[in-house]
Design a protein around this ligand. Structure first.
Ligand code: KDG
Ligand code: MG
Length: 402
């Protein structure tokens, strides 16, 4: 079997997605997600200019060797653009292998380890009351885990609180929007949000929260401690993870479980955090961490240190990534939870898929391969639109982490 051609499809059914489609001499094709929010065309260029020419003529069954060729064989390794491109190839090759074997990809990766994939939904509102109301609706839909984010008094907008309650999309303008941030105001409101949420939603539902890289380690330690009485499932991205020692300081001050890694690209971004047991959940996901081949290695390494998976699953990861992530989630022993921000109907139509949601769990089925496709005619009706993620400034104008 040989790869005969590959193409990159960019579509914007409400937001931009980049999809790689690899064709073979036997007529079987595979799809992979290559979306990098706000940097879509950089991945397109890397794929078209530097990756696709190297794929033609190769045996698509040699997934590991092709992965090594694209990673180890490239002198300039790692980074989000490179690893998203490698991931797209990897996903498409697993898709092809599954279709040829007539088996879903999770069967090729060891089969099911559980009956369903627990997902968490996003409840957000400008006030605590609004957020609780939305969280109640998630609970009514059957969600067992809900991420709660609310507006911060005195700030015009903040991460995690969207205009549209159900479909959160932060890349909102063709040049970066500027947000204003106050750590003090934020630290005052979040414990109140959690107190109200526990009161209204009861003890059983898992509550999660994303700090989105906004605190220093000692602030994160304090917030984690303030949240302990409400038993959060996790506190995500409490600090920027460039200096991984930061997490040791947080750990010294709180038993709130820590999650990190949605912007990690490889095991080298999280090896020390995992090995030193400084985190509880690793959020690396298929498209941004080198595909299923590499993510399986990260998960196997994490398993030794009691770190569980919690794959990033925001709307900027396409249904192709979601399908790949679910095949991964169902088949790794140390699965924790999967993020699931539902895609819009327009996106779901462009990417027909077989995964389903029921009572807080996602299900994969017996469709061979990843169980997802792209409708190219429909995709062509939604041309690319430049969109940036926001930037963030402190109240005195200092540029800060978004
Ligand atoms: O593209 C950026 C988003 O994916 C990110 O801001 C969402 O933090 C996020 C999350 O946890 O889903
Ligand atoms: Mg996040």
């Amino acid at each position: 079997m040989k790869i005969t051609s590959a193409k990159v499809i960019v579509t914007c059914p409400g937001r931009n997605f980049v999809t790689l489609k690899i064709m073979t001499d036997e007529g079987v094709y595979g799809v992979g997600d290559a979306t990098l929010n706000g940097r879509e065309l950089s991945v397109v260029s890397y794929l078209e200019d530097h990756v696709i020419p190297c794929l033609i003529g190769r045996d698509p069954h040699q997934i590991e060797d092709i992965w090594q060729f694209l990673y180890r064989g490239a002198y300039w390794r790692r980074g989000p653009v490179t690893m998203s491109a490698v991931a797209a190839v990897d996903m498409a090759l697993w898709d092809i292998k599954g279709k040829v074997a007539n088996l879903p990809v999770y069967q090729l990766m060891g089969g099911k380890c559980r009956t369903g994939v627990m997902v968490y939904g996003h409840a957000n509102g400008t006030s605590i009351e609004d957020t609780i109301e939305v969280a109640q609706s998630y609970k009514a839909m059957g969600y067992k885990a809900i991420r709660i984010q609310c507006g911060v008094p005195g700030l015009a907008s903040t991460y995690g609180v969207s205009k549209d309650k159900m479909f959160y999309e932060p890349a909102d303008a063709d040049l970066p929007t500027e947000n204003v941030w106050s750590t003090e105001a934020y630290m005052r409101i979040v414990p109140k949000l959690f107190a109200a949420a526990r009161d209204a939603l009861g003890d059983e539902v898992h509550l999660l929260h994303d700090v989105h890289h906004r605190l220093t380690p000692i602030e994160a330690g304090r917030l984690g401690r303030d949240l302990e009485p409400y038993r959060p499932f996790w506190m995500e991205d409490a600090v920027v993870a460039e200096n991984q020692e930061n997490f040791r300081l947080i750990r010294q001050h709180t038993t709130t479980p820590l999650a990190v890694g949605e912007i990690f690209n490889s095991i080298w971004d999280c090896k020390d955090l995992i090995q030193n047991q400084l985190i509880d959940y690793i959020r690396a996901t298929v498209v941004h961490a080198g595909g299923l081949t590499h993510l399986k290695k990260i998960a196997a390494f994490a398993d030794i240190y009691n770190v569980r998976t919690g794959c990033h699953g925001a709307t900027d990861l396409s249904p192709v990534c979601m399908a790949a992530a679910l095949n991964f989630d169902i088949s790794v022993p140390n699965f924790g939870v999967q993020e699931y921000m539902r895609h819009t109907d327009a996106t779901d139509e462009v990417f027909p898929h077989s995964y389903t949601f029921d009572k807080g769990f996602m299900q994969v089925n017996e469709t061979p391969g990843l169980g997802v496709d792209i409708d190219e005619d429909l995709a062509a009706k939604y041309p690319y639109q430049r969109a940036y993620l926001p930037v963030n400034r402190l109240q005195d104008g200092t540029l800060f982490n978004w």
